[in-house]
Design a protein around this ligand. Structure first.
Ligand code: NCD
Ligand code: ZN
Length: 369
């Protein structure tokens, strides 16, 4: 097979986790090595990023202090760095209004309480709908990012053939949110189900968008179960083939503007715990390559300009447009060759992280040059 080479504007990762502590600079450096021009760094740190400004305190980072820490760890090399506010019992209308005015607050994040890693401070959606806090987000033009899963479900209600925590949330809560706050702009994070895809596609493109991870485009729950490959365990969990197909159809649709890259790259130095598994897949060192493979699996011919344009929208254009900043003026090149690329573990002071393709034994056929 002959090599394919693609040149794209540097890409943006609009959902990632850089954490805190001595490993942060290794995670940022991994992202920079993939020609990532900017990131939206999630606020589920310990303690959470639950205030907008001021120094970090025992109960919270502020967006200001967390950004400063990331910048010192190498994030100054990004063109954009967005840190959303973790919506919690600490969130106030005053903080939102002042934060939006100062420019520090550009996005806020809804976490289902106890629904994922470090989400204990989340407040249920029923308490936010119609609230002054959501009205303040709406009036200030702050984007609401959502981890869209129904919290507090057990067993068969949480994950079943007919419904999952995500499909329930998108059918029960998201239409109500869209109606109760008609000017609130939403990003449906790491969507995994055909119900979530339908919700996004039937909503106005300037109000509702979504991020999609490489793992949800590449894999299904069967891949996770066969051999219990826990490196693929993340939340929301990978779903069925019909869901993966809906995601693939959405990202490769001609001229689509609502879906963009958000890897949800989530480093865990210990994946298997004493009685369970930490949720999160690490793709920070190879995400554009994985997305290119996923687009090919979705039937896109990346040797043709029309195919490359689809990948370009998803990686480099739709995210910046939705968040209101410019795509990168710098370029990077992706090459496909018959020899698999070398993907290494990320070795950092507080522990080593295994990137997803290694955990899955996947040969990565694309590399960056
Ligand atoms: C994320 C993490 O580890 O912080 N884990 C995950 O499985 N996606 C949290 C999140 O985004 O849900
Ligand atoms: Zn995440």
């Amino acid at each position: 097979m002959s090599n394919i080479e693609i040149e794209l504007p540097k890409w943006f990762d609009l959902h990632t986790h850089f954490r805190q502590g001595a490993n942060v600079s290794a995670y940022i450096s991994d992202h920079l090595s993939t020609a990532c021009a900017g990131a939206l760094a999630m606020p589920n740190t310990l303690p959470p990023v639950a205030r907008v400004s001021g120094p970090n305190q025992d109960d919270s980072w502020s967006i200001e202090s967390y950004r400063e820490m990331l910048i010192e760890a190498g994030a100054d090399q990004f063109e954009e760095l967005i840190v959303p506010l973790y919506l919690s019992g600490m969130t106030t209308v005053e903080d939102i209004e002042a934060g939006a005015k100062s420019g520090l607050l550009r996005a806020a994040k809804y976490y289902p309480p106890h629904g994922t890693t470090n989400s204990a401070h989340g407040v249920p959606m029923e308490q936010w709908l119609g609230s002054d806090v959501f009205r303040a987000l709406e009036d200030s033009g702050v984007i609401l990012c959502l981890h869209g899963e129904q919290h507090g479900l057990a067993g068969a209600e949480y994950f079943d053939e007919s419904a999952t925590a995500e499909s329930r949330f998108y059918q029960e809560w998201m239409p109500r949110l869209r109606e109760s706050h008609p000017n609130l702009r939403l990003v449906c994070e790491h969507i995994t189900t055909h119900e979530a895809v339908d919700f996004v596609r039937e909503s106005p493109a300037d109000r509702v968008a979504a991020t999609i991870t490489p793992q949800h485009l590449l894999y299904t729950v069967g891949h996770l179960i066969q051999g219990l490959r826990y490196h693929l365990y993340c939340l929301p969990i990978v779903k069925f083939d019909a869901d993966r197909q809906a995601l693939r159809t959405a990202v490769v649709a001609e001229g689509q503007s609502q879906f963009f890259a958000g890897t949800d790259s989530a480093p865990h130095t210990t994946k298997a715990t004493e009685c369970g598994c930490a949720a999160g897949c690490y793709t920070g060192s190879c995400a554009p390559q994985l997305y290119a493979m996923a687009f090919e699996e979705a039937g896109v011919d990346l040797s043709e300009e029309s195919g490359q344009a689809k990948l370009r929208r998803f990686l480099s254009e739709n995210g910046p447009r939705y968040y209101g900043f410019s795509p990168s003026a710098e370029k990077f090149r992706l090459v496909k060759s018959s020899a698999p690329a070398e993907i290494d573990e990320t070795v950092a002071p507080e522990g080593t992280v295994k990137p997803l393709p290694l955990g899955m034994g996947l040969e990565v056929t694309w590399s960056l040059v």
